[in-house]
Design a protein around this ligand. Sequence first.
Ligand SMILES: Cc1cc2nc3c(=O)[nH]c(=O)nc-3n(C[C@H](O)[C@H](O)[C@H](O)COP(=O)(O)OP(=O)(O)OC[C@H]3O[C@@H](n4cnc5c(N)ncnc54)[C@H](O)[C@@H]3O)c2cc1C
Ligand code: FES
Length: 267
Amino acid sequence: MQNRLPTTYRIASVKKETADVQTFTFEVSLGARPGQFGMIWLPGVDEVPMSIAYDDGKQLKITFFAVGDMTKELAKKKEGDLVGLRGPFGTNYEWKKGQKLALLAGGYGAAPMYFTAHEAIKDNCDVHVFVGARSKDHLLYIDELGSLKGVTLHVATDDGSEGYKGYNVNQLSEMIEGGESFDEFLACGPEMMLKAVSGISSDKKIPSQLSLERYMKCGYGLCGNCVVDPLGIRLCIDGPVINNDICVQITDFGKYHRDDVGRKHEF
Ligand SMILES: Cc1cc2nc3c(=O)[nH]c(=O)nc-3n(C[C@H](O)[C@H](O)[C@H](O)COP(=O)(O)OP(=O)(O)OC[C@H]3O[C@@H](n4cnc5c(N)ncnc54)[C@H](O)[C@@H]3O)c2cc1C
Ligand code: FES
């Protein structure tokens, strides 16, 4: 019950990642695993879901884009200010010891993928991380990922300003066509990126775990806002991380999502 109620914590530090992205660190642990999310609350403004970017039992991080009312207010907060947190909620990424993993990250997905890489190398996994962004100014967690022993970093930018020119999924695809093989794909990013990962996963018969986001209110299965068609599963409980064999049965996957009142929005 306790994790369903928000507790306020002081921001221990603020890191400006890019023009629109910041990371807050809190001196607290929610006991989160990579892929799980928390609900972030600003009293009088709103409460929104965010991936846990890091949780080592002592410190917790969130990395966020300032896109709308809540996140723009959140971006004004400074070290020492109070923010409400509850969680962790949802499913997490899983792997087996010693597996060769391809982690695909787009946008703020680089943050939970850093957390995933950080934990998977403890299990002697051979971790390849494919970080994609519009341009080099939008790349996230590159230095942190590059400093992890056991991680091979692949960078892709749409405009070619750094690394491979094009989508990170195409870079992965070309490597596979060239003879590289992986035991599993783990992905977090924009839905069209997830759709492309799902396609390669099905074609090459390589299993994948994808983090699928839908509008979330309660975070623990009560409100039904995060239900997907036609399975009726609630992504705050059965997701956000789901296996590709479930993902391909979701008819709205890569097509539309619903807002706070259930209206459909095409991707
Ligand atoms: C499981 C999960 C993990 C997420 N992790 C991160 C993260 O690590 N970093 C990050 O920057 N963002 C993350 N998001 C997205 C984040 O929740 C939205 O960007 C945020 O809610 C925007 O709120 P706003 O009021 O600033 O913007 P608004 O202008 O209200 O919304 C902008 C867009 O954000 C989405 N959104 C708004 N409210 C919600 C909500 N309650 N639930 C889901 N989507 C919403 C909608 O697509 C909307 O069109 C995550 C979302 C989910 C579902
Ligand atoms: S967010 Fe309420 S049921 Fe999933």
